[in-house]
Design a protein around this ligand. Structure first.
Ligand code: AHG
Ligand code: MN
Ligand code: MN
Length: 365
């Protein structure tokens, strides 16, 4: 493919953004470029598949039991390798005070021989890892927070910041093409990896999610555990043209939230992994700090909404590093509809025309 010298690289994009802040030190840009490098290295490992000898569970190769992470989930080799890539490709640069990851119970301390910086990096090194062995898209999710001033040894409490406090967030998707999708709070930009140059190139500037959609994503095998508002919403989608919504819906479930978020950023839709009653110890499947918050930041920056059903995800005060939460995000009007169903769970019975789905929320065809 011929080189187009007029395309914007991620480096150029970051430098041009930084020019708007003459006092910026450049630390933030260096951090993002290191995160991008970690993602490129994971993309290579994923792309080699079985040839790279990286598929399968971690710790299982010598006949021992597979290793289990803090979440109680079996770790894949690529979960572990991706975690190492994030840690070691970013720890040396002097921009970070500490890190936290889905794969580590406690915060990661920057080794003493490296300088410390003013940011915290929180990440899910490999999202959708059940898809690795079947060659379906996976990704990495990251969030950048500010470290408390003067902190030397980071602790859990330093990371317990609301989504609104994120400095930046993004994900890499390792699909047919590798992409990095980033927000620094001024919209959402998508970059595609040119595998020959090894550079992320700006291909999707200013992503915007259409406010309406007829596509939803949920793991229906959990339907018996759902709360009433979710049951109602999904039932109405399934009823299609013959039901209250008066239009047909399409359903998707990839089991990689990154891939679902990416589809929604590209063409709209709504994603739900709501709070349910499956396991009383787990109020939801997804983790607040390194899954829900960064994706919510991106979705909101692209004009969509992200909610627990009861409040904006970005406003939830975290209480622990690996806290789980119900997640609903995507096209604004659908998420608002689902929020209203949570506010008015008995809406079907209410005479109030405000809650009649054929009036207030009726979607024009
Ligand atoms: P991870 O691989 O980081 O543990 O995350 C997987 C998450 C998310 O990406 C996806 O939406 C969900 O788990 C899939 O869950 P089910 O297997 O219950 O469908
Ligand atoms: Mn994940
Ligand atoms: Mn993961």
């Amino acid at each position: 493919m011929p080189l187009n010298p007029h395309r914007t690289t991620l480096t150029q994009f970051l430098i041009e953004e930084r020019r708007r802040f003459p006092d910026a030190s450049g630390d933030f840009n260096s951090l993002i470029l290191n995160v991008a490098l970690a993602c490129k290295s994971i993309a290579r490992a994923v792309a080699f598949g079985a040839l790279g000898g990286v598929l399968g569970n971690a710790g299982a190769s010598a006949g021992s039991a597979p290793s289990i992470n803090v979440q109680g989930e079996t770790q894949k080799q690529l979960d572990v390798m991706s975690n190492e890539a994030f840690l070691h490709i970013t720890e040396w640069g002097g921009q970070l005070a500490g890190m936290a990851s889905e794969e580590m119970e406690d915060p990661y301390q920057i080794p003493q021989h490296f300088p410390k910086g003013k940011y915290l990096l929180v990440f899910d090194p490999l999202d959708g890892s059940s898809n690795i062995d079947v060659n379906v898209a996976v990704g990495s999710i990251f969030s950048v927070l500010r470290a408390p001033e003067g902190v030397d040894t980071v602790c859990e409490k330093d990371f317990l910041q609301t989504g609104t406090q994120q400095v930046a967030a993004g994900y890499a998707i390792y699909g047919p093409a590798t992409m990095l999708v980033l927000t620094v709070g001024t919209g959402v930009n998508g970059f595609t990896l040119d595998p020959n140059l090894g550079e992320f190139i700006l291909t999707h500037p200013g992503l915007q999610i259409p406010p309406d959609t007829n596509e939803f994503a949920i793991n229906s095998s959990n339907s018996r555990f759902w709360e009433e508002p979710i049951k109602r919403y999904v039932d109405e989608c399934l009823a299609g043209k013959s039901g209250a919504r008066d239009k047909d819906f399409n359903m998707r479930w990839i089991a990689s939230m990154v891939a679902e978020a990416h589809r929604i950023l590209m063409r709209g839709g709504v994603f739900m992994y709501p709070r349910d009653s499956k396991d009383p110890n787990k109020p939801g499947r997804l983790r607040l700090l390194y899954e829900a918050n960064p994706i919510a930041f991106l979705i909101e920056q692209a004009g969509g909404k992200a909610s627990t059903g009861r409040q904006a995800i970005s406003g939830v005060q975290p209480s622990s590093l690996h806290q789980r939460i119900g997640v609903i995000f995507g096209s604004r009007n659908e998420v608002e509809r689902i929020e209203h169903y949570h506010l008015a769970p008995q809406a079907n019975d209410l005479p109030n025309p405000l809650f009649n789905e054929r009036s207030l929320f009726r979607v024009a065809n």
